[in-house]
Design a protein around this ligand. Structure first.
Ligand code: OXD
Ligand code: MN
Length: 597
């Protein structure tokens, strides 16, 4: 069997790359698929796979009049989010993975997973999916190859990456590619593992069909392996959107912003400014991931390694994100949303009346008024970025965009004010390192609990978190023109648990202040935590229907809250042990001194 598979892998291969051929043959010998299909990324291939996925029930076609080119996929109900407790970093030493990652010794992990992969593709097809993360030909771009037995994964990878022949051509005969192996297996949570082998540039994912666990270019390569490579090679792989904001004078400022999963990165990246901002324009470079490296002119340049958006659906509507609504109007794969009787999709928070009857995300009949959610809270859309009406032309520029500001934002109902600017790079890294956020449905586990989520990378950092923070501090030396760093919090709540700040398009007001600070245009006021907008020459609140007390509350800094915040930060730093960077410990001492002073 093994030699048949090896022969099959080589015979039909559209490449002569010896390392790639040998690896595909080896994986095929282990997984024993009936067929091996090399994906070329063509339209014909898309059609073929889509027809097949419809036939086998993986995809349900939606109404071609209202959702042309769109399909619904229902995942196994036990498989609806990333599984952080089943995600492992497999470095030779446990300390290299650090205290915030699950760890397995590489040989032990290969052995354990080999047993699961052994013969798992019998009766199935193995797709060989070559893909590029980043614009083709770019110096920052990386090539990966994912082997998968899921046509759903292939169709998603086709949207999320530059997939097929072009990626294979870029790879040529090089052995520098990420080796990704995925099988849906029997979708049993007891036999589900997402293992990363940074030293081998390898990912093995078994037993899941959910996006973040199986679209290996995204979280696994672009963030976990990417962050590891970034440290080795002197760049940063970050959980950040990238946007360009253009003023009426035509001046464009590029900004990268880190928010934890399901905290509105996609909304922020596609925002439409309120009517008071006529002439201002926001354009999206990326909505989830930024790869940033110093450029020849001393600035920090960012590319979006992805080619599509894998966004959270619930809450998306023409008020919160009109551009996303346009983006998902065609050629989009929906996962775990509800189905309307006329073949459209529905989710909680969609515009218009709640339909009387639906088929819910599990395929069961649903009636208006039901206490059950019709769409899963982590239901997703996979849409090509070319659908985005405000896509930046720079999204395809291999050089990327020069970043002038970096924003860190958590989901905090209290403590963290609306916006502040760090005193300097080291202080900014401290703000990023001490980010906390209330958990969301993007990962399995309890929702709404504050956890420390440094730079929104807690689930995505592929090595020791202390080393990662030190890498951020060290990057200062190689970026002569450092971006300015800011912290924001759109999620502060009042006594009744209602969000105080309107958010969405009105976040433009905060963004304008950030742009003005970056361009050196507005004075500011110093506080214990950083620089904040001044009352007189601060945020533009024209046209905002919000009482002064509410603004006051959203921007307030309460010393008692900060005393407990510091305790929670201490627990996090203690976890890092001797790897907690000295410069951050000094920042912490300074903050304590300011609070006690
Ligand atoms: C995502 C996530 O899917 O962060 O982007 O979970
Ligand atoms: Mn994300």
């Amino acid at each position: 069997m093994a030699s048949t598979q090896a022969a099959a892998a080589t015979e039909q291969a559209p490449t002569k790359n010896p390392t790639l051929l040998a690896w595909v043959a080896k994986m095929a010998a282990m997984t024993q698929p009936d067929r091996i299909v090399w994906c070329d990324g063509s339209e014909a291939e898309k059609q073929r796979l889509t027809e097949q996925a419809v036939k086998d029930g993986t995809l349900i076609p939606l109404n071609p009049k209202t959702r042309p080119g769109c399909y619904l996929h229902r995942s196994n109900p036990n498989d609806v989010a990333r599984v952080e407790h089943l995600t492992f970093i497999c470095t030779p030493n446990k300390t290299d993975a650090g205290p915030t990652n699950n760890w397995m010794e590489p040989e032990a992990a290969y052995t354990k997973l080999s047993q699961l992969f052994e013969g798992c593709m019998k009766g199935r097809t193995m797709y060989v999916v070559p893909y590029a993360m980043g614009p083709l030909g770019g110096a920052s771009t990386k090539i990966g190859v994912e082997l998968t037995d899921s046509d759903y994964v292939v169709l998603n990878m086709r949207i999320m990456t530059r997939m097929g022949k072009a990626a294979l051509d870029m790879l040529g005969d090089s052995d520098d590619f990420n080796r990704g192996l995925h099988s849906t297996g029997d979708v049993n949570p007891d036999r589900r593992y997402i293992c990363h082998f940074p030293q081998d540039n390898t990912i093995w994912s078994f037993g899941s069909g959910y996006g973040g666990n199986v679209l290996l270019g995204k979280k696994c390569l672009a963030l976990r392996i990417g962050s590891y490579l970034g440290r080795e090679e002197g760049w940063l792989a970050e959980h950040m959107l990238i946007l360009g904001v253009t003023s009426p004078k035509g001046e464009t400022t590029y900004i990268a912003a880190a928010f934890p999963s399901a905290c509105g990165k996609t909304n922020f990246a596609m925002m439409i400014p309120p009517k008071e901002y006529a002439g201002w324009k926001i354009e999206t470079v990326g909505d989830d991931i930024a790869w940033m490296r110093p450029g020849p002119d001393g600035r920090l340049y960012a590319i979006n390694p992805e080619a599509g958006y894998f966004g959270v659906v619930p809450g998306t509507n023409y008020k919160t994100n009109p551009n996303a609504m346009e983006t998902i109007s065609k050629d989009t794969l929906f996962t775990n949303v509800a189905l309307t009787p006329d073949g459209d999709v529905w989710w909680e928070g969609k515009d218009g009346e709640v339909p009387e009857e639906l088929i819910d995300w599990q395929g069961k009949p649903w009636k208006k008024g039901s206490t059950e959610k019709a769409a899963h809270p982590n239901s997703r859309f996979t849409a090509p970025m070319s659908n985005n009406p405000v896509l930046s032309a720079k999204a395809n520029d291999p050089m990327g965009v020069p970043i002038s500001a970096i924003i860190f934002g958590g989901r905090r109902s209290n403590t963290v004010p609306l916006v502040l600017q760090a005193f300097n790079w080291t202080h900014g890294v401290f703000l990023g390192a001490t980010m906390g956020s209330e958990t969301t449905a993007a990962a399995t586990g309890k929702v709404g609990v504050v956890r420390r989520d440094p730079m929104a990378m807690l689930p995505f950092c592929g090595y020791h978190m202390g080393d990662y923070l030190q890498h951020w501090l060290d990057m200062q030396k190689s970026i002569p023109q450092l971006p300015k760093i800011f912290q924001v919090n759109w999620f502060r709540q009042d006594k009744n648990g209602k969000f105080i700040w309107p958010g969405f398009g009105d976040n433009m007001r905060v963004l304008e202040w950030i742009v003005n600070r970056v361009q050196g245009r507005v004075p500011t006021q110093e506080t214990l935590l950083g620089w904040v907008p001044r009352q007189d020459q601060g945020l533009n609140l024209n046209g905002l229907d919000l009482p002064a007390e509410a603004i006051q509350e959203a921007t307030s800094i309460k010393e008692d809250e900060w005393k407990s915040e510091l305790k929670s930060q201490e627990v996090f730093f203690e976890q890092l042990g001797t790897k907690a960077p000295e410069a951050l410990m000094l920042q912490r001492k300074l903050l304590i001194a300011r609070l006690d002073g």
